[in-house]
Design a protein around this ligand. Structure first.
Ligand SMILES: [Zn+2]
Length: 427
């Protein structure tokens, strides 16, 4: 049994017209009119195929393909149809449409299955317009309450719950997915590993853990034209050293990632000071920003640290903290290192992982194991059922970007692997 590549591609093309951007990507933020159109199209396709479409109270859509045992826990395939602004049109979409293609292929062969098969579109995976990301899959496993999610507001003050109702996707709590026999998610890799390994398909072993930290260096703000170089306590010099050392730290540890993504140089101006020096009053406008002729007194920066292994992640975070303190001492600035949030590394189900590898082998498709960098809905679904993800090779390794793309050969290969693994789970 093989999927219909032409049909998968046509389905994807129809979907990618919704919210299309001139740069070749899509902008389809959660609960916008574009999101509604995408949801409507998916629901229509499910209904046309004879699947029972259910929508739950956070807007997750489920297309139920009936099994012979109505009460058996279903095999679930899911992903998302929303995007980031100017995002790629494979991220999420491909997973939902590959799920639909698997169900349609079973229909082509009049294949009856014991268990139901459910193709799912999770609400607001990206968490751009309404935080948090992946909240609506998280709700299925009690990570968030429905009220919490409904009350999330966008920048303009609109409530998630109201916007769901406005687009017609505020469903019923009875229709929430309560149990599953297995969960599969196919997703574009959005990274370079598969391309580098020259394989179409990746078997995702888990989600990389991360820790975020905020670092502050506080030295002494002073005049750039009068303060001797050997008397300075320059917070930006300390921060600059950290940017480089943190990169070197991660490079020296296999599997580690560490990034300074945000850095703010702050220059404080006091109102009293501005008053005494009218010519400086304009400086008040600069409060919080940096100035060219001032030695920076305070710098705040963020650290993003990741690893597949929990112990290695802890060691990475400890080492980063040591570096911050050492640089603080060496540059005579005060330092603080504060962990703000994080996620332990997550492992997907080993049996399903092997089953996907077997499926690839049977299909004659080479695959490699890898961890996912970004979090995915599968991260929460694994608390409901054994879960696994299949990655499709990305061209040029970029994600969350308009030119994010995959070849149709690879999409076809991965969807065939998904079909094979899902059939095993349904049997
Ligand atoms: Zn995604």
């Amino acid at each position: 049994m093989r999927i219909d590549r032409g049909r998968l591609q046509r389905t994807w093309e129809a979907m990618s017209r919704i919210g299309a951007t001139p740069g070749g990507g899509i902008t389809r933020l959660a609960c916008t009119d574009e999101d509604r159109q995408a949801r409507d199209l998916f629901s229509t396709w499910c209904r046309e195929a004879g699947y029972d479409v259910r929508v739950d109270d956070v807007g997750n859509i489920y297309g139920w393909r009936a099994g012979q045992e109505a009460n058996a826990a279903p095999v679930v395939i899911g992903s998302h149809l929303d995007s980031v602004p100017n995002g790629g049109n494979f991220d999420g979409v491909l997973g939902v449409l590959a799920g639909l293609e698997v169900a349609r292929t079973l229909d082509d062969h009049n294949a009856r299955t014991g268990r139901p098969l459910v193709v799912t579109c999770f609400s607001n995976e990206e968490g751009i317009r309404f935080e948090p990301a992946m909240g609506c899959s998280g709700a299925l496993v009690g990570r968030y309450t429905v009220d919490q999610l409904h009350d999330a507001r966008d920048a303009a003050g609109a409530r998630f719950g109201d916007e769901l109702a406005r687009i017609g996707y505020l469903g019923r709590s009875e229709d929430r997915l309560r149990s599953a026999h297995a969960y599969f998610e196919l997703h574009i890799e959005q990274g370079p590993i598969l391309e580098r390994a020259d394989v179409s398909v990746g078997v995702v072993t888990g989600v990389r853990g991360y820790q975020w930290a905020e670092v502050q260096f506080r030295g002494r703000q002073c005049h750039a034209g009068t303060t001797p170089m050997d008397e300075r306590r320059d917070a930006l010099v300390a921060a600059s050293r950290l940017v480089v050392e943190i990169r070197d730290l991660a490079r020296a540890r296999p599997g580690a990632f560490a990034t300074v993504g945000n850095l703010q140089v702050e220059t404080l101006t006091h109102a009293a000071h501005a008053h005494a020096h009218p010519e400086l009053s304009e400086l008040a406008l600069w409060k919080g920003k940096s100035m060219r002729n001032v030695v920076p007194g305070t710098v705040r920066l963020t650290l993003d640290m990741r690893h597949d292994d929990a112990d290695e992640l802890t060691a990475l975070v400890d080492a980063a903290g040591d570096i911050v303190r050492r640089i603080g001492r060496e540059e005579s600035v005060e330092s603080t290192f504060m962990l703000t949030s994080g996620l332990e590394p997550i492992s997907f189900d080993p049996v399903l992982t092997t089953s996907v590898e077997d499926a690839a082998r049977i299909c004659g498709i080479r695959s490699v194991r890898l961890a996912s960098g970004p979090g995915q809905d599968a991260m929460y679904l694994r608390e409901l059922a054994p879960a696994v993800m299949i990655f499709v090779r990305t061209r040029d390794g970029r994600g969350h970007f308009e030119t994010e793309t995959a070849s149709w050969d690879d999409c076809e290969a991965a969807t065939n692997v998904l079909l094979r693994a899902v059939r095993t789970a349904l049997a």
